[in-house]
Design a protein around this ligand. Structure first.
Ligand code: AMP
Ligand code: MG
Length: 484
């Protein structure tokens, strides 16, 4: 095989033994590459231009491990739907950390590569549909300028996986700036070995947040940094109508990237209570609950750090509580500024909040499409735009136009601001399903087309128009499933 430029430097394996289980991917029968992200490979400084499909299939199924890799499964814990559990990579294997040319570090992880000591009753495998879904949506999130893990490839295994039906097995290669999670800290805290937790804090700061390396209270600053990162992340989700669906603490990354694309989906009709996940029966992870769940998860993170924030427990709780409670105000400010951007509003006006809420209430009442309402305000051609002739909407629009006058700036600038935050296309549920269905019948053309359309969500491209319409059925009926 020619030179690919892998440059592995596997630091996670130097952590205490309890964090890691050395586990190799279980070889698969007949791997076949179905998707490969050449753009991402290039960003990573990897050159696969001379690697043929057969070798790519072997590499990205784990049948042939690259030189310098060191396969491990990571241990972690987590609150799943509020309940604490010991977990770990049950069907994912980290093959190593690759350093790009400018020394950026990336985890290269296989998802669906066989059993590990953390598999519990699972088979360690993944099905083609959910892996393609993760590829499509994670790459769409990246294009939407939202921090996320990336997808490098999908390979079918030539083996069946048994779920409710018999499905095609597949392996996704996930690229992340790390797989450290709130759950990793919960794992360390639960073991009550102070030195392990300290090692994890040091490792995390060294890997992600070197700017707080010299700080007087590193644990407290780490908490503050994560609050900042996760607040920005959830505001971004709210901006585009993304519903993660399974915001368990093991699915909250310390890097601030969106991780774990199981039952996630995008909201079309605006309804703050939207839930797509079939297992989220109480709506714990509904669209409008996402900020408060983020705060709840951050509080679990804070609990882990307490002994390192301050040796006096009561004092530590007091300090951490104050910091956690800063979330609400911080979120509110970030959220309203994000909504101002969506509406092209410069500066601040005391009536902005009401103006924004009134639009959302109107959308909810009239079952308007969230994405397309902003497209309409940007004068983008939206099909089925009869709804925007509604009298209440026109009254609201007049108020908005009056507010725009206070911008005191070139209308072009207003439009450019709106265009930079309001996507024209999102991964519409029916488009994702349609693509996955045809992939199941061995036709990947729709998956590839969808990926292409989602590459430039903020740009007007003729062929994208068909991808702007919401589902022809009531979005409430759409259900997603955890990708097991
Ligand atoms: P998730 O809901 O994807 O965050 O997964 C929760 C936990 O279940 C993680 O520890 C996964 O590794 C594990 N898991 C999910 N699917 C499987 C599977 N098919 N086999 C083994 N473990 C799994
Ligand atoms: Mg997970």
């Amino acid at each position: 095989m020619n030179k690919i430029n892998w440059n592995f430097d596997n630091t996670y394996s130097t952590l205490p033994e309890s964090f890691i289980s050395k586990t190799s991917p279980v070889p698969v029968k007949s791997p076949e590459l179905v998707l490969f992200n050449y753009n991402l490979a290039k960003e990573l400084g990897l050159d696969f231009s001379l690697t043929d499909k057969k070798d790519l299939s072997k590499l990205f199924s784990g049948n042939l491990l690259p030189k310098g890799s060191n396969a491990i499964a990571q241990a972690y814990a987590g609150h799943q739907f509020g309940h604490f559990t010991m977990l770990g990579d049950g069907r994912a294997i980290l093959i190593g950390e690759h350093l790009s040319k400018n020394n950026e570090r990336f985890d290269i992880q296989f998802k669906g590569s066989g059993k590990t000591p953390f598999s519990r009753n699972g088979d360690g495998r993944a099905a083609l549909g959910p892996m393609l879904r993760e590829y499509i949506i994670s790459e769409a999130m990246h294009a939407l300028k939202i921090p996320t893990t990336r997808s490098l490839s999908v390979v079918t295994t030539g083996e069946d996986v048994i779920r409710e039906n018999i499905l095609k097995g597949a392996i996704l290669t996930r690229v992340a700036s790390s797989h450290l999670r709130v759950g990793t800290f919960q794992f360390a805290a639960f073991r009550k070995k102070e030195n392990e937790l300290k090692t994890l804090i040091d490792y995390t700061i060294n890997r992600h947040y070197q700017n707080i390396k010299k700080s007087k209270n590193q644990a407290l600053d780490l908490l503050k940094v994560l609050i900042e990162k996760q607040t920005s992340l959830v505001v971004n989700w709210m901006r585009v109508g993304f519903i993660h669906g399974v915001m368990n603490t093991d699915n909250m990354a310390i890097s601030g990237e969106t991780i774990d694309y199981g039952p996630c989906a995008f909201m079309d009709t605006y309804d703050p209570q939207t839930v797509f996940s079939s297992i989220d029966q109480l709506g714990r992870y509904a669209y409008f609950n996402q900020p408060s769940i983020t705060k709840w998860n951050l509080a679990r993170f804070a609990e882990c750090l307490l002994p390192h924030i301050e040796s006096n427990k009561d004092k530590a709780i007091e300090i951490a509580t104050e910091v956690i409670n800063s979330f609400d105000k911080n979120y509110e400010i970030k959220w309203i500024n994000m909504m101002r951007d969506k509406l092209g509003l410069f500066g601040e006006n005391s009536k902005d909040h009401v103006l924004i809420l009134d639009l959302l209430t109107w959308m909810h009442k009239n079952k308007a499409d969230y994405t397309n309402t902003f497209c309409f305000l940007m004068n983008e051609n939206v099909k089925n735009n009869k709804i925007y002739k509604n009298e209440d909407f026109l009254i609201w629009k007049k108020r908005w136009e009056d507010r725009l006058k206070l911008n005191n700036s070139d209308p072009k600038k207003t439009l450019n601001l709106m265009k930079s935050v309001n996507p024209l296309v999102i991964p519409r549920n029916h488009r994702v399903e349609e693509a996955l269905e045809s992939a199941n019948s061995n036709d990947l053309s729709l998956v590839k087309k969808l990926i292409k359309v989602l590459e430039k969500p903020y740009e007007k491209i003729g062929e994208n128009v068909d991808y702007q319409s919401p589902a022809p059925f009531d979005a409430k009926d759409y259900k997603t499933f955890c990708g097991t």
